[in-house]
Write a protein that binds this ligand. Structure first.
Ligand code: GLN
Length: 547
């Protein structure tokens, strides 16, 4: 039976609950325990798949094809444990299951209520995989007091109560605002948010207090007294230069010790923090810097490309250089020549995206990288744009484009080099998609394997010819054009095992130009940088030496 840590937040949102949860996971691992992290989101969307990246940040895709919250990305990056479909749930998903059951008649005519039907469904979710790990860390989205969150808090209250004593604890994150005028850290909002928790039957065992200033002993005592937690379970969380400092910083502040104490685990196994010390050493002792341009659409919100930014940082760590990422709005190149904007970058990355806006600009960026010999990594839409660029400018298919952008029936603007795939093979079964299917969950999602051409650049980068990577897209490059493009020098160096779906393309006579239909960034970790990112940054370093 796993021990459960529930992680909640109060006072304000965006306190870094996800990061605190992920860091705690890493610290428990460092002490030899196995962990799994989960996210419970109170919003009513069934999953974040259809939410705008502007609003919600990136959609993180799991191996088993779930479209989840970006916090699951943090969890994976810090623990290396691959997230599953069952590690993320929203109110929308819970309610939709309850309503489905109601329609099927599963409740035998009973009146359906939040307690017990919705809360039971949440508890059932919490119990999944309970016998697989030592610790289950469950983060609740939002802040205590949010109306949508209530069923989750109530379910947790019941869950803790129904389990043997000492099997579950609650860790609560709050903010200690600093009043410059009086030079004080204020504890009242923390007290109120703990009261709010207590009013719904929950009491924190560990309090994590975000603060921009050192928390004096006196304030710690006050918080402990008024919030009914032990003084050494009041943990300070100061601002960090890098998120990867979090495990060591939280360890210094005593978070893992406080959690183990709360469970009564004594003596606590000694931690082995070597992995994180190495990560910090690589971050702190980088030599030199490379500049990478990300040419995309959602450039206002960095969270929209969270995993890509992190994977680039990991690539930098692999090469002991700092990667300076700059966001360039693709639409700019629809009006202006890309050269003055892209000159000076040591590498160009075109990330994934949906819809036509900005795509002509991305094609220009691909052309610039190809013709100037600048390292280029195209991810998903970024690969599709590179193929269209090759088709138009090298293979002479001047009207090449993607079916994604041909909306008007009967009026084809483009020759569909990238087309809408309607059926494909996943494992040993066929998946089919019909026109007019719901927008949510109709993509090729999750892990698929690919076979790489021996001797190709990517096979060298990966050091193998068989890989498995995560996907999230509706459109595919049409193999009809393979021969034509290969004759021009664009090798289709990675294919689905049945040979029907292009997974990777690369320019043969270019220092480093690779497009991938999948999302390698999702699998990169600071302690295990993804080979594509590590090699992309290596190529950027080489470019930087040329200038
Ligand atoms: N819009 C493209 C597709 O659906 C690419 C998706 C992506 O970049 N994730 O195929």
């Amino acid at each position: 039976m796993a021990r459960y840590v529930f992680i909640t937040g109060g006072v304000v949102s965006s306190l870094g609950k996800g990061l605190a949860s992920a860091a705690l996971g890493a610290l428990l691992q460092a002490r030899g325990f196995s962990v799994r992290l989960r996210k419970l989101d109170p919003y009513l969307n069934v999953d974040p798949g259809t939410m705008s990246p502007f609003e919600h940040g990136e959609v993180f895709v799991t191996d088993d094809g779930a479209e989840t919250d970006l916090d699951l990305g943090h969890y994976e990056r810090f623990t290396g444990v691959s997230a599953r479909k069952t590690d993320s749930v929203s109110s929308g998903r819970i309610y939709s299951t309850v309503l489905e059951k109601e329609r099927r008649g599963d409740y035998l005519g009973k009146t359906i209520q939040v307690i017990p039907h919705v809360t039971n469904e949440i508890k059932e979710f919490l119990r999944i995989g309970d016998d697989e790990v030592d610790f289950m860390l469950c983060e609740i989205g939002g802040t205590v007091g949010d109306i949508e969150g209530l069923p989750f808090f109530e379910a947790i209250r019941q869950f803790i109560h129904e389990r043997p004593r000492g099997q579950s604890i609650l860790m609560h994150l709050t903010l200690l605002p600093y009043l410059a005028a009086s030079g004080e850290l204020k504890t009242k909002p923390t007290q109120h948010s703990v009261k709010e928790l207590q009013s719904i039957g929950l009491a924190p065992d560990v309090l994590v207090c975000r603060s921009e200033h050192p928390i004096p002993d006196k304030e710690r005592e006050k918080i402990a007294l008024f919030c009914n937690v032990r003084k050494d379970a009041v943990i300070a969380a100061y601002d960090l230069k890098s998120i990867y400092e979090a495990p060591l910083a939280y360890h210094r502040e005593g978070l893992d010790q406080a959690v183990l104490d709360a469970f009564g685990i004594s003596p606590a196994p000694r931690p082995n923090l070597g992995r994180w010390e190495d990560v910090m050493d690589r971050l702190n002792n980088a030599e030199g810097q490379v500049r990478v341009a990300i040419v995309g659409k959602y450039t206002q919100l960095e969270d929209a490309y969270k995993s890509i930014a992190e994977a680039l940082t990991h690539g930098g760590m692999a090469n002991r250089v700092r990667v300076k990422v700059e966001w360039v709005d693709a639409e700019l190149f629809e009006r202006e020549d890309p050269a003055p904007h892209l000159e000076g970058f040591h590498a160009i990355l075109v990330p994934g995206g949906f819809g036509e806006r900005g795509t002509e600009g991305k094609i220009k960026a691909a052309e610039f990288a190809r013709t100037r010999g600048i390292p280029y990594l195209g991810i998903c839409l970024g690969m599709q744009m590179a193929v269209i660029e090759a088709a138009r400018n090298v293979a002479g298919l001047t009207t090449a484009g993607s079916e994604e952008f041909d909306h008007e029936a009967g009026k084809k603007r483009f020759e569909p080099v990238v087309y809408h795939l309607k059926e494909w093979i996943q494992g040993n079964h066929k998946v089919e998609r019909k026109a007019g299917d719901d927008k949510g969950g109709t993509m090729r999602l999750g892990a698929y394997s690919a076979t790489l051409t021996a001797g190709s650049k990517v096979a060298g980068v990966y050091g193998t010819t068989h890989i498995e990577e995560r996907h999230r897209h509706r459109y595919e490059v049409d193999i009809k054009y393979r021969e034509k493009l290969e004759t021009c020098g664009l090798a289709f160096s990675g294919m689905s095992p049945d040979g029907r779906l292009p997974e990777i393309v690369e320019w043969k006579d270019h220092p480093w130009f690779i497009g991938v239909q999948f999302h390698p960034e999702l699998k990169s970790k600071p302690f295990a940088p993804h080979p594509l990112f590590a090699d992309f940054v290596r190529a950027a370093v080489e470019t930087s030496r040329l200038v």
